[in-house]
Design a protein around this ligand. Structure first.
Ligand SMILES: Nc1ncnc2c1ncn2[C@@H]1O[C@H](COP(=O)(O)OP(=O)(O)OP(=O)(O)O)[C@@H](O)[C@H]1O
Length: 784
């Protein structure tokens, strides 16, 4: 029966590829036709050509891609209630018709009225009959949502596994097990079980894969939630928050491409998580439509390449910085070598402003409300005012009209003089955010500015950490980047250098027709890079239509402010888990988060199933969670492997390197996929040197870098050092323990106080809290 069913699906897939081949030929014809039009040369024809090339090119690149599993699902449905059909050719009703199921003496019977195949893109045959329904289309929703409790019209759900053009296998679920259904006169067959579990057990690589074939009902609710306002998703580790957020981006694009194309920003905590996840959207057919950026690369022109230790991070991320930075920005114009005297010649006499007079004018200028760099015209005017005053000329013109005329002439003459202009440029220089940030490395100056905002120790830490930043922006941390963004807003953009007149074809088209609509985000990025090479700066984007924040529990107040600036008009999807937060002042962050989301109403979802960790590993992590966040209810692990975590001990500091190597080797031999070695941030570089030259399936990570990632096997080294590294250390340890899909080894070092079974103290304590029972409080990895 299995072979017959596979042959049936193969026939369908052949028909789909047949149709795709026709579409590819159509698209190629359109491309060739567009090229001919290109020779006409009028702007209108060019714009039309560009649109056509864009559409055809998009189509071609999607169709030509040999998707591993272009077609992955099928649902067999009862007749629908209203019998209406939607634009994709499928019936729209979710509920079965009243007479769809017949009662017979030996039970319920029904005929399958409609069969839909679900895939990565929709494909219609030449008669507009759907061969494949796009997974994001409303008609595909029952594939993900139907449950035996609420089956709707779905009788059988089938997951189809294929490679290239070959169907390899099928797995069925019966949603109405009591019903005898027939399809084309034959009883509906059911093959295999466990499509989800098969997906979860597969080996992991260094890139995340999509989950379209096995999205679960609670996840589907989030993916398809209406886009208005704020969609907030909480859930413990491994519940699919990141996966769901990315699939939601693809769904929004499908829903309203005009609105969202190129306008979705995904904010990720680390560059590692960016590179881990960035393949998912292209695999869903959305190449280059979504900007995925790490917090440290959110401000154009800067790239964080350094890490702040926890006490420094705590200062830089805190809301106090939002009060300190305006002072820094205001004083950033005061250069050490600024002139302290202004001399001009007016009416044949020397007129002069001394240091005191200049200081008075500076205070007056700063009374203005514009960003600091934009106050220069005000500075010019107030300096001229002061000079006019000082010249005493006003007294010579009793008639107010004549006085005003003389004053205007004075302003014009003096204002245009080279000496005055040079003075102004030196006295009120334009400052870049980086220059302003670097002024904070001066501890004495910072101490004055930060009075009553920071403690002396905090001031010292801050100034010291900024001394590592070079004038060209190397040595910045992700926290510094948020400060730069704040300073950029406070200073205001210096006037842009005049753009060269539009030259090449595409730029010209942009200018003509606002063709941004017609080009892909990737194309625009490429051109942006080209412009960058030519030394032209593009304006940074702040007008995203949708902002997705991953690992939202970790954003500091200053980072919320930075992200908030990019989504003033946007709708939001915010996913996170407070139990994994490495940030220590949650209330402060919550206030800035509310401000960033701009008071929009919030729709909350919670994911409750852990798809990553086997139950054996989840149990160990749950113990640590109970200690890190008493009362938190962990997510439920769906599978078990029968393999318990392993505990190993290195009794001395000297024994640690060999033990790490041995345990890492052991895990490499036990799994065929990736191995992550997680150590305290302070041990990163050393641990990398211990494992230099190891198999490239192995990665060494600092605890904070492990956020969001997963490995077939994880080695957690010296847990107490991870836990002791910050006040949020126990939560960071919880993150480290929840990275594995198959195997976990915990290696105790000196200081971990392992018991005779090798279980370190940090993991033992959890069992006490376990005794309080799982229902100790109604919290599940996240507060309700
Ligand atoms: N419905 C699903 N079908 C198959 N795999 C799934 C499904 N949901 C989640 N997964 C897998 O579970 C793993 C965890 O997902 P993901 O990284 O999105 O979780 P998360 O909630 O973001 O975790 P964390 O909080 O630890 O960052 C991934 O490998 C993902 O592919």
């Amino acid at each position: 029966m299995r072979d017959r069913e596979i042959r049936d699906e193969q026939r369908h897939l052949d028909a789909v590829y047949g149709r795709l081949t026709e579409k590819i030929h159509e698209a190629e014809y359109l491309m060739a036709d567009a090229a001919r039009r290109g020779q006409v040369g009028t702007p209108g024809a060019l714009a039309e050509r560009d649109a056509q090339v864009f559409q055809a090119g998009l189509h071609l690149s999607r169709l030509n891609r040999e998707f591993e599993d272009f077609l992955f699902g099928r649902i067999d449905l009862l007749a629908g209630k209203d019998g209406e059909r939607g634009p994709d050719g499928a019936s729209t009703s979710v509920e079965p018709a009243d007479d769809a199921v017949r009662e017979e003496p030996d039970g319920q019977v029904a005929d399958i009225a409609e069969t839909l195949h679900i895939g990565r893109l929709g494909v219609l045959d030449a008669d507009y009959v759907p061969l494949v329904i796009d997974w994001r289309a409303p008609a595909a929703a029952p594939f993900y949502r139907a449950t035996p409790l609420r089956p709707g019209r779905v009788v059988r759900r089938r997951v189809i596994r294929s490679r290239g053009r070959r169907v390899l296998g099928v797995e069925d679920d019966l949603l109405r097990p009591g019903l005898r259904a027939s399809l084309a006169g034959r009883e509906l067959p059911v093959v295999g079980d466990g499509a989800l579990l098969a997906a979860l057990g597969r080996e992991r690589g260094h890139r995340m894969t999509d989950i379209v074939a096995s999205i679960q009902a609670e996840q589907d609710e989030v993916i398809r939630a209406p886009a208005g306002k704020v969609t907030e998703v909480s859930g413990g580790p491994g519940t699919g928050k990141t996966a769901v957020a990315l699939h939601r981006a693809a769904y929004l694009l499908y829903q309203d491409r005009r609105r969202y194309a190129g306008g979705i920003l995904v904010v990720s905590p680390t560059p590692l998580l960016v590179s881990y996840t960035e393949g998912v959207l292209p695999s869903l057919g959305e190449e280059g439509q979504v900007a995925i950026r790490a917090l440290g690369s959110l401000v154009d022109g800067f790239e964080a390449d350094a890490y702040d230790e926890q006490p420094v991070a705590a200062v830089k991320g805190s809301a106090a910085m939002a009060r300190l930075l305006p002072r820094v920005a205001r004083e950033a114009t005061e250069a050490d070598d600024a002139p302290d005297r202004l001399r001009v010649v007016a009416f044949g006499r020397r007129v002069e402003l001394d240091a005191d007079a200049l200081a008075r004018v500076r205070r007056q200028v700063l009374g203005g409300t514009a960003p600091v760099n934009l106050l220069r015209p005000r500075a010019r005017r107030l300096l001229l005012d002061a000079l006019w005053e000082r010249s005493g000329a006003a007294a010579r013109y009793p008639d107010p009209e004549l006085a005003a005329e003389a004053r205007d002439a004075f302003f014009e003459d003096i204002g245009d003089e080279d000496t005055f202009r040079e003075f102004l440029a030196a006295w009120w220089p334009e400052r870049t955010p980086l220059q302003a940030l670097l002024t904070m490395a001066d501890e004495r100056r910072l101490a004055r500015q930060a009075r009553r905002l920071l403690r002396p120790r905090e001031i010292r830490l801050l100034a010291r950490s900024l001394r590592r930043v070079t004038p060209d922006g190397r040595g910045l941390s992700a926290h510094d980047v948020a400060l730069l963004d704040e300073l950029r807003a406070l200073l205001g953009a210096p006037p842009k250098p005049a753009r060269p007149a539009p030259g090449g074809g595409l730029d010209e088209l942009d200018a003509l027709a606002g063709v941004a609509e017609l080009t892909t985000y990737a194309e625009r990025q490429e051109r942006r890079a080209e412009r960058g090479e030519r030394g032209e700066r593009d304006e940074e984007r702040f007008d995203y239509t949708h902002v997705i924040v991953d690992e939202a529990q970790d954003l500091t107040p200053m980072q919320w402010r930075m992200v908030g600036r990019r989504g003033r008009q946007a709708s939001w999807t915010v996913v996170g888990d407070p139990a994994q937060s490495s940030w220590t002042a949650p209330e402060e962050a919550a206030a800035e988060r509310r401000a960033a989301l701009g008071g929009r109403s919030v729709r909350r979802f919670e994911l409750t199933v852990n798809y990553r960790n086997p139950a054996e590993i989840a149990r160990v992590a749950d113990g640590v969670l109970a200690r890190a966040m008493p009362g938190a209810r962990p997510p439920r692990a769906v599978r078990s492997t029968g393999v318990l975590p392993r505990y190993a001990v290195a009794g001395t500091e000297e024994a640690l390197p060999d033990a790490v190597r041995a345990e890492a080797e052991r895990l490499l031999s036990e799994v065929s996929g990736t191995v992550g070695v997680v150590v305290a941030m302070g041990l990163r570089a050393t641990a990398r040197s211990w494992l230099a030259g190891a198999d490239d399936r192995l990665v060494v990570l600092g605890s904070l870098e492990a956020k969001g990632l997963e490995y077939d096997a994880t080695l957690v080294v010296a847990p107490a050092r991870i836990a002791d590294e910050s006040p949020a250390g126990a939560r960071v340890l919880y993150v480290a323990l929840t990275r594995s899909t198959q195997r976990l080894t915990v290696l105790s070092g000196p200081g971990d106080a392992p018991d005779e079974a090798g279980v370190p103290e940090a993991l033992r304590a959890g069992t006490d809290a376990d005794a309080a029972g799982p229902d100790a409080a109604a919290v599940s990895g996240t507060p309700r």
